[in-house]
Write a protein that binds this ligand. Sequence first.
Ligand code: NAD
Length: 460
Amino acid sequence: MPFEPDSNASAAPLTQPNPSATARPRLSVIGTGYLGATHAVCMVELGYEVIGLDVDEAKIKALCAGQIPFFEPGLPELLAKHIDSGKLRFTTDFAEVAAFADIHFVCVGTPQQKGQYAADMTYVRSAFESLAPHLNRRALVVGKSTVPAGTAEQMATILAELAPNKEVELAWNPEFLREGFAVADTLAPDRLVFGVRSEWAEQTIRSAFEPVIATGTPVIVTDFATAELVKVAANSFLATKISFINAMAEVCEATGADVIQLADAIGHDARIGRRFLNAGLGFGGGCLPKDIRAFIARAGELGVDQAVSFLRDVDEINLRRRARVVELGLELVDGSYAGTKVAVLGAAFKPNSDDIRDSPALDVAAAVGRRGARVQVFDPQANANARRVHPELSYADSLDEVIDGVDLIMLLTEWQEFRSMDPETVGQRVARRNLVDGRNVLDPIQWRSSGWVYRALGRP
Ligand code: NAD
């Protein structure tokens, strides 16, 4: 049943951030991709009424029909529950959104520009320019997209120029959810960051996160530039940590050392920590690679390119891992992929996701295919997305099918199904027992004792 807004309540100006103990602000979410769809559904779960908007009609149709257009554990169930509850609906109409909501979260994409490092800001600008002319009553617009420092300033100017109501304000609230854990991360984030310019904006955005704040979640209230930078700084740190251990893996390979033991040993130091020190094929996805590149580009514009020049090395180390995995496989097929049959396990950029944006696994699969191997890929969730981008590769429907009669297995995305493979059972189906463990998740002793030639990054 479509949700009917209470016309009196929605027409009333938002004079207080949270007008009464029972009447919470109404929310809109503009851009219902990975971030926006998750945010919209989870905010209803937290007790708010939400309207989601996207310019992609097919996406809105799917969401209205209760379908999440990507794989995210737990999200389809919550969407179905809340479509039924009548507290969540979707539209493509900016006027409808402006009339309904007190607080608007902008969650549109900021992909890397083609052929450049900088982020493509056309979607963010367009979302603000489409919404602003409809803002006839006081409202808070909250940017959630990951953006170059200085964007909020520009968006505040767009609101000031285009919104008929001159009390409309902006806040910036970067998002830290991880795909695969997006529901839990949204319902119980490890921190909230609010970039605001007024007491009213702070109180209003607090009212949108009241149940989360009530659980003791740390809140950092700051200015626009800091809020924007928190997100890119966090992603730069995480990318650096991954590339650091992958750089150590390169040194380990040259010295005969074992990067897993090295990571365990240094990870015991609480100042370092073991998390994000898993050497392997490196990072990909729709965030880390494009965020560090956009940061490099923005730092250049700001005249502080030297401050983040190390991020170029972080990016290069990461991309070198892909080339190294192709080489490791080559060693196992006697120096030529031509005519060999190769099983690639995994296509998503990480497990529990069907996101193939900048996926290391698919990059390697395509490179091995270009060198003459007959590559077959199997991913528990991402086959369909992978096929759209790499129709030249073939795809299997199961683990059993993909490994049948192959000369080489390359484990490139660490789904649980692959981590728990049994070397004997798998060995019965292949032509040759050759394995590249691109994620360092299998036990080399166990696999080698079953007659496998096992190779991994950074280990003897
Ligand atoms: P996405 O590509 O999955 O979704 C973006 C959506 O915005 C699309 O559905 C698109 O149709 C819509 N859109 C584009 N222009 C629009 C407009 N003018 N008005 C309304 N909708 C419009 O991207 P995403 O992964 O959800 O990322 C969105 C932002 O969130 C990015 O800045 C990203 O860096 C950031 N972010 C993403 C994640 C993540 O895990 N995916 C985590 C944290 C932050």
